[in-house]
Design a protein. Structure first.
Length: 122
Protein backbone atom coordinates (compact mmCIF):
# COMPACT_ATOMS: atom_id res chain seq x y z
CA UNK A 1 0.00 0.00 0.00
CA UNK A 2 2.72 2.43 0.95
CA UNK A 3 4.72 1.75 -2.22
CA UNK A 4 1.64 2.35 -4.41
CA UNK A 5 0.65 5.47 -2.49
CA UNK A 6 4.16 6.88 -2.65
CA UNK A 7 4.31 6.17 -6.38
CA UNK A 8 1.02 7.96 -7.05
CA UNK A 9 1.97 10.89 -4.81
CA UNK A 10 5.22 11.31 -6.76
CA UNK A 11 3.31 11.33 -10.04
CA UNK A 12 1.05 14.05 -8.67
CA UNK A 13 3.97 16.10 -7.32
CA UNK A 14 5.79 15.80 -10.66
CA UNK A 15 2.69 16.96 -12.58
CA UNK A 16 2.55 13.75 -14.63
CA UNK A 17 -1.12 12.98 -13.93
CA UNK A 18 -4.25 15.04 -14.54
CA UNK A 19 -6.54 13.16 -12.16
CA UNK A 20 -6.33 10.35 -9.59
CA UNK A 21 -9.04 8.38 -7.79
CA UNK A 22 -8.77 5.33 -5.54
CA UNK A 23 -11.04 2.35 -6.22
CA UNK A 24 -11.63 1.32 -2.60
CA UNK A 25 -15.28 2.44 -2.58
CA UNK A 26 -17.24 1.17 -5.57
CA UNK A 27 -14.39 -0.16 -7.67
CA UNK A 28 -13.08 0.91 -11.06
CA UNK A 29 -16.50 1.71 -12.55
CA UNK A 30 -17.49 3.99 -9.70
CA UNK A 31 -14.12 5.76 -9.70
CA UNK A 32 -14.24 6.39 -13.45
CA UNK A 33 -17.80 7.73 -13.21
CA UNK A 34 -16.86 10.04 -10.33
CA UNK A 35 -13.91 11.28 -12.38
CA UNK A 36 -15.91 11.74 -15.60
CA UNK A 37 -18.89 13.67 -14.22
CA UNK A 38 -17.27 16.88 -12.92
CA UNK A 39 -15.26 17.53 -16.08
CA UNK A 40 -17.91 16.11 -18.40
CA UNK A 41 -15.24 14.00 -20.09
CA UNK A 42 -16.21 10.50 -21.04
CA UNK A 43 -14.11 7.36 -20.92
CA UNK A 44 -13.65 4.21 -22.90
CA UNK A 45 -12.70 1.23 -20.76
CA UNK A 46 -11.26 -1.95 -22.17
CA UNK A 47 -12.79 -4.06 -19.40
CA UNK A 48 -16.32 -5.29 -18.88
CA UNK A 49 -15.92 -8.09 -16.34
CA UNK A 50 -17.92 -7.28 -13.19
CA UNK A 51 -15.02 -8.31 -10.94
CA UNK A 52 -12.73 -5.83 -12.69
CA UNK A 53 -15.37 -3.08 -12.75
CA UNK A 54 -16.71 -3.34 -9.20
CA UNK A 55 -13.95 -5.01 -7.18
CA UNK A 56 -13.02 -2.76 -4.28
CA UNK A 57 -9.43 -2.90 -3.15
CA UNK A 58 -6.96 -0.87 -1.14
CA UNK A 59 -3.89 0.73 -2.72
CA UNK A 60 -5.32 0.68 -6.25
CA UNK A 61 -5.88 3.85 -8.22
CA UNK A 62 -7.22 5.14 -11.51
CA UNK A 63 -4.90 7.70 -13.07
CA UNK A 64 -5.37 9.95 -16.06
CA UNK A 65 -2.46 11.56 -17.81
CA UNK A 66 -1.50 13.22 -21.07
CA UNK A 67 -0.88 10.63 -23.82
CA UNK A 68 2.84 11.48 -23.90
CA UNK A 69 3.18 10.38 -20.24
CA UNK A 70 1.63 6.89 -20.57
CA UNK A 71 4.74 4.91 -21.53
CA UNK A 72 6.90 6.86 -19.09
CA UNK A 73 4.53 6.20 -16.17
CA UNK A 74 4.27 2.49 -17.03
CA UNK A 75 8.07 2.22 -17.13
CA UNK A 76 8.42 4.10 -13.84
CA UNK A 77 5.88 1.78 -12.22
CA UNK A 78 7.74 -1.33 -13.33
CA UNK A 79 11.04 0.07 -12.06
CA UNK A 80 9.44 0.83 -8.66
CA UNK A 81 7.76 -2.60 -8.42
CA UNK A 82 4.27 -1.17 -8.78
CA UNK A 83 1.72 -3.19 -10.76
CA UNK A 84 0.10 -1.07 -13.45
CA UNK A 85 -2.42 -1.82 -16.19
CA UNK A 86 -3.81 0.48 -18.84
CA UNK A 87 -7.60 0.06 -18.63
CA UNK A 88 -8.82 2.65 -21.12
CA UNK A 89 -8.78 6.20 -22.39
CA UNK A 90 -10.40 9.52 -21.65
CA UNK A 91 -12.71 10.37 -24.53
CA UNK A 92 -14.27 13.57 -25.82
CA UNK A 93 -17.64 11.83 -25.85
CA UNK A 94 -20.26 12.49 -23.17
CA UNK A 95 -20.46 8.81 -22.24
CA UNK A 96 -18.63 6.02 -20.48
CA UNK A 97 -18.09 2.88 -22.51
CA UNK A 98 -17.66 -0.09 -20.18
CA UNK A 99 -16.13 -2.52 -22.68
CA UNK A 100 -19.11 -2.30 -25.01
CA UNK A 101 -21.83 -1.17 -22.60
CA UNK A 102 -22.30 2.55 -23.17
CA UNK A 103 -23.97 4.86 -20.64
CA UNK A 104 -24.31 8.61 -21.20
CA UNK A 105 -22.93 11.06 -18.67
CA UNK A 106 -26.44 12.54 -18.41
CA UNK A 107 -27.83 9.17 -17.28
CA UNK A 108 -24.94 8.66 -14.87
CA UNK A 109 -25.36 12.16 -13.46
CA UNK A 110 -29.10 11.68 -12.95
CA UNK A 111 -28.50 8.42 -11.10
CA UNK A 112 -25.62 9.84 -9.07
CA UNK A 113 -27.24 13.15 -8.12
CA UNK A 114 -30.94 12.29 -8.26
CA UNK A 115 -31.36 9.29 -6.01
CA UNK A 116 -31.26 11.17 -2.69
CA UNK A 117 -33.90 13.83 -3.55
CA UNK A 118 -36.15 11.06 -4.89
CA UNK A 119 -35.58 9.02 -1.74
CA UNK A 120 -36.44 11.98 0.50
CA UNK A 121 -39.56 12.77 -1.52
CA UNK A 122 -40.92 9.38 -0.60
Amino acid sequence: EKRNGDFVRNLINNGQVTAVHDISDGGLASAVIEMALPGELGAELMVNDHRELFGEDQARYVLTCPPKEVAKIITQAHVKGVDIVRVGNVSGLKEVNFGGTVVSLAELSAAHEGWFPEFMAG
